[in-house]
Design a protein around this ligand. Structure first.
Ligand SMILES: [Zn+2]
Length: 74
């Protein structure tokens, strides 16, 4: 299980890096935070491959509340 998990996170990272830098910048700076009730920047995030999307999970830069963002990868 551990091995499969590593492979899927490598794939997720590769898919994430395949997105142009300026788009990635836009995505990480436009995450909704339920505490700030605003679009915030996600920090300390990790990336997971879901079925048809990438899932970013991390923290709000402003208040450190956990936040997540789905990025369609189709
Ligand atoms: Zn926040």
């Amino acid at each position: 299980m551990k091995h499969a998990e590593n492979i899927s996170s490598i794939k997720a990272l590769q898919a994430w890096r395949a997105i142009p830098q300026h788009l990635r910048d836009k995505l990480v700076r436009n995450v909704f935070c339920g505490r700030c009730l605003n679009a915030v920047e996600i920090v300390d995030y990790s990336i997971r491959q879901e079925k048809h999307a990438l899932l970013l999970t991390g923290k709000c830069r402003t208040c450190s509340q956990p936040v997540a963002r789905v990025v369609e990868s189709d």
